[in-house]
Design a protein around this ligand. Structure first.
Ligand code: HEM
Length: 487
């Protein structure tokens, strides 16, 4: 049934399955096709046994964000846990408690989320993990390591980025001393789980449907078991320690805590890796952007002695506006998340639209990021400087990290890491396509669980040290200035 005040139902010619085949065939671009045809700020798509509201207007998103308790992201978190993390019944019950937050922000889910936000917000905790991350990245990006990775002369850009971002991010979060990802088998297992995500997520006889995925998940859980048994969390970041404390308070078993780390690693890695690789691609494939950024970053280089150079990362991140704009623009252009919510109780939004309990609500980022009413006539083009001169857009129109109560807690860390990679690369290295002289714009694909598009085929490049960088000893530091932050 469909109420008169519900968002308009878009009819489908396919009985029973409704819009499901279109959604499977076209992925998130299906919503854009329908939005364009009907030009509606919100509409309903029927699917078997349920309905989905699609929102394409930033104003309505703000109204929805204000109702985050009844139009909630939390059921997705519970579903993710049930399908992917092999939790105990007790853990699932705990996670599903107080979903509507009628007792206030208490319970496993809201308290864990708060612990994540608190430990990743700009401040001493974020500085501490950024420092460890920086150390990890600089080891991989020193000339000897880059030379080693170039073995045959070619580097697969996304795969290479994945290697050092995984290492540096997990060292930062799990602590460099006992980080389970040091074991190459754990690294491979994690990325196999990602590859087999859809099959594992079906949660039906995974051992038969995806033996590889199933084995990888077991290997990952076993590694986390060793980490917890060796008191790994005591050597970890505030993020892991505070999650650990909340889990203990809610009586989670050690096994559940170990398993829940798959979701931590997932959030930590799967979007940062492709974003960092895209940033490198966009800068190195555009000579004038490359020159501008080298000039702007150059202003932050200290040369105290002959043949030495140093950069303090927080200064560049705070002061280089083009770098900031570039990272935002890469995320805007390649973002493809649906930011799902579940309507937990009938809710009226904008005094007009009645959203019914049990329905799903999606705010597809790609659609909003291409909206010319918001971004102007160049909405579909890549423009690294867009955010330098951009007229004010509503915050809810920029969807790369979601918004409202479920906004990504890792956004500051991710931005620090992506910026750090660029700042360490640009002064020292040239990157050129391995085949031919010109860069080819790659075809892209989306992945059901990640928020960033990836190329259908990896981009092969050559990385060479710049003449002017040879023989110079580079140092990269993370010294945050407390006073600056308080301004
Ligand atoms: C470029 C990198 C990243 C992108 C594009 C990204 C994007 C997103 C998006 C779109 C959401 C969903 C928000 C919503 O639906 O409203 C999200 C949620 C989340 N992200 Fe990120 N993320 C990134 C990096 C990170 C990092 C580094 C971490 C961990 C340190 C992280 C942890 C999380 C967590 C835990 C959630 C779930 C929040 C909740 O439960 O409400 N993300 N992220």
């Amino acid at each position: 049934s469909h109420g008169p005040n519900e968002p308009r139902l878009i009819p489908s010619r396919i009985p029973f399955f409704g819009h499901l085949p279109g959604m499977i065939r076209h992925g998130s671009s299906y919503y854009g096709m329908i939005a364009k045809k009907h030009n509606l700020p919100i509409f309903t798509l029927g699917v078997p046994k349920s309905k989905i509201y699609i929102v394409t207007s930033p104003q309505l998103i703000s109204a929805i964000d204000r109702r985050s308790k009844t139009i909630s992201f939390a059921p997705y978190v519970v579903q993710f846990a049930k399908r992917m993390l092999k939790p105990s019944q007790h853990a699932i019950e705990k996670l599903g408690e107080n979903l509507l937050e009628e007792k206030g922000p208490v319970g496993l889910r809201p308290e864990t989320l708060k612990a994540m936000h608190d430990s990743l917000v700009p401040g001493p905790n974020l500085d501490a993990i950024s420092k460890v991350m920086l150390r990890g990245i600089s080891t991989y990006l020193d000339p000897a390591s880059v030379q080693e990775s170039s073995g045959s002369g070619r580097i697969r850009l996304f795969e290479w980025t994945r290697r050092f971002v995984t290492r540096a991010s997990t060292d930062a979060v799990y602590g460099p001393e006992k980080n389970p990802f040091h074991d190459p088998e754990v690294y491979d297992a994690f990325w196999t789980i990602d590859e087999q995500f859809i099959l594992l997520g079906l949660n039906v006889l995974p051992g038969l449907i995806t033996p590889r995925g199933s084995r990888a998940r077991k290997l990952f859980f076993d590694a986390m078991h060793r980490y917890y048994s060796e008191d790994g969390p005591s050597t970890a970041s505030a993020l892991i320690r505070s999650r650990h404390a909340v889990s203990l308070q809610h009586g989670l078993s050690q096994t559940d805590m170990e398993h829940f780390n798959l979701s931590v690693s997932y959030g930590l890695l799967v979007n940062t890796v492709p974003t960092a690789a895209w940033v490198l691609y966009h800068v190195y494939s555009d000579e004038s952007l490359l020159a501008s950024l080298r000039r702007d970053i150059g202003a932050f280089v200290r040369r105290e002695e002959e043949a030495t150079a140093s950069i303090n990362l927080p200064e560049v991140i705070a002061g280089c506006r083009l770098l900031d704009s570039l990272v935002r623009e890469v995320l805007r252009v390649h973002s493809t998340n649906a930011s799902g919510r579940v309507v937990l109780r009938d809710t009226l939004i904008d005094d007009r639209y009645m959203l019914k309990e049990g329905a799903t609500l999606l705010t597809p980022s790609a659609e909003l990021h291409r909206n010319a009413d918001v971004w102007g006539p160049t909405a579909s083009a890549f423009d690294a400087g867009r955010f330098l001169g951009q007229k004010k857009v509503p915050g809810s129109a920029y969807r790369a990290f979601g918004s409202g109560a479920s906004v990504c807690p890792g956004r500051f860390f991710a931005t620090n890491e992506i910026s750090a990679i660029l700042v360490m690369m640009l002064p020292r290295y040239d990157v050129s396509p391995a085949h031919g002289r010109s860069w080819v714009v790659p075809k892209t694909k989306s992945h059901i669980t990640t928020s960033i598009m990836t190329p259908v085929e990896d981009i092969e490049v050559r990385i060479t040290e710049r003449e002017e960088a040879k023989g110079v000893k580079w140092t990269f530091t993370w010294e945050a200035e407390e006073e600056k932050r308080q301004d």
